[in-house]
Design a protein around this ligand. Structure first.
Ligand SMILES: *Cc1c(COP(=O)(O)O)cnc(C)c1O
Length: 423
């Protein structure tokens, strides 16, 4: 069930007011990130409804690694996709059973491979050299492990180069043009039973995803024939469905994606192969917002600037590439109620000591005053997980809201935490 646009527009203000009224934000909470826990549940339920029964939906940890969120998804039956050794441990710590963890790091070390094989997680090798390491570790004798290979289906790039990984060249996986070598790798290794792809993220269209899945299904059939048995038993189609960050970035719906996939790849629904997904941005982005207090308001050279407590520390991409990564902004009064009124151009400057630290320039916003809150919408993915240590600021508290309850998902970092980081 997708919440209405009205609910989505109003929810951050309600949640902020609730957190303030419950005393969850004190004067040291200069910023906060807040998640809609029921919204998150609804995302997983939507995937379960739209994809084949038995699909493992492994949420991409890197998008929103807050343990309480991961644990909540796992309790509801989801899996987790780990893109590094520590993300693998975080997944287990969140209570994800190994048989629902997908380990995808593109640079797995020998000790990480050894550990993953012993744990019995789903492991997708990135390349042929990694398969050779797995040979040396006698991967075939790890009965619990389910092992696959990442293939770049080479179906083309989306509109954002930095999040497109299925062009002719990609740093990930082995390219489909090495078909023969890929088939031989499977012939040589009876324990290799999965194919994995991740076509890209924001900026990619449904056509790329379905073309990638189709290409991998065909490759799987070819591998089966060459091996003389049903060898490829799982197809991991990765994540990547874009989300809308506002009117300027329309996005297809998950329903559109699933419908197209069913049309292009019907055997995922009625064949013996198990499907896996790895959505990150789609799962989390719209379920969270960030809010930062306005500390000062300045007027210079005919421009008005609000200095707020979040910038490139949490919104790395929007600050460095504002034309590509844009969030809708809103303003709340000190008690969380929405500020309406006439809008005029504002610069929204972050707290960091470099000239590019702006969340927005010349954005039409209601008048701001010290003590107000700047609300950054759709901030649930790739924000806190990209937290920067620059200027040694404390990472904000993370809250979760469910019905009328507010819980702390993660405390604000203490100054001591920051000092410890620096040794
Ligand atoms: C980043 C990543 C994902 C998640 O991508 P989203 O765009 O957040 O859905 C899934 N799988 C792999 C291998 C990734 O690298």
């Amino acid at each position: 069930m997708t919440p209405s646009p009205e609910h989505r527009a109003a929810w951050p203000f309600r949640a902020l007011a609730l957190a303030l009224s419950r005393g969850q934000l004190d004067e040291d909470d200069t910023a906060v990130i807040v998640y809609d826990l029921e919204g998150l549940d609804a995302r997983l339920a939507e995937l379960n409804r739209l994809f084949p029964a038995g699909t493992l939906h492994a949420a991409a940890v890197k998008a929103a690694p807050l343990r309480a969120l991961l644990a909540r998804l796992c309790r509801a039956g989801a899996g987790l996709e780990a893109a590094s050794g520590p993300e693998l441990h975080l997944s287990l710590r969140a209570g994800c059973p190994p048989e629902r963890v997908v380990f995808d790091s593109p640079a797995k070390t020998l000790p990480e491979l050894r550990q993953a094989l012993a744990l019995g997680v789903h492991l997708n090798a990135d390349n042929f050299q990694e398969l050779e390491r797995m040979d040396a570790l006698d991967a075939g004798s790890s009965p619990a492990a389910s092992l696959g290979l990442r293939v770049n289906p080479q179906v083309g790039e989306g509109s954002i180069a930095a999040t497109s990984v299925a062009g002719q060249y990609s740093k990930f996986g082995e390219p489909l043009e090495k078909r023969g070598e890929i088939v031989r790798a499977f012939q040589k290794r009876p324990w290799l039973r999965g194919l994995h792809m991740h076509v890209g993220s924001q900026g990619c269209g449904i056509g790329l995803f379905t073309a990638g899945a189709r290409a991998l299904l065909d490759l799987g059939r070819e591998i089966d024939r060459a091996c003389g048995e049903r060898r490829v038993l799982r197809l991991d189609i990765g994540g990547g469905l874009p989300v809308s960050y506002g009117p300027s970035s329309p996005a297809p719906s998950m329903e559109d994606y699933a419908t197209a996939l069913r049309r292009e790849c019907p055997e995922l629904w009625d064949g013996p192969m198990r499907a896996f997904t790895e959505f990150g941005r789609w799962m989390f982005a719209g379920q969270g917002f960030a809010a930062a207090r306005v500390e000062y308001v300045k007027e210079q050279a005919g421009q008005r600037t609000a200095v707020v407590h979040l910038g490139a520390d949490m919104f790395l991409r929007p600050c460095y590439l504002p034309d590509t990564w844009r969030h809708e902004l809103a303003v709340a009064a000190p008690d969380g109620t929405p500020k309406q009124g006439s809008r005029s151009p504002w610069n929204v400057a972050g707290p960091l000591c470099f000239a590019g630290d702006f969340l927005a320039r010349g954005r039409e916003l209601p008048d701001m005053a010290p003590g107000d809150w700047l609300v950054v919408r759709d901030a649930g993915a790739y924000t806190l997980s990209m937290w920067s240590r620059y200027n040694s600021r404390q990472a904000p508290k993370a809250l979760g809201v469910e019905a009328d309850g507010v819980e702390v998902l993660k405390a604000r970092e203490s100054v001591e935490d920051v000092l410890r980081f620096w040794g």
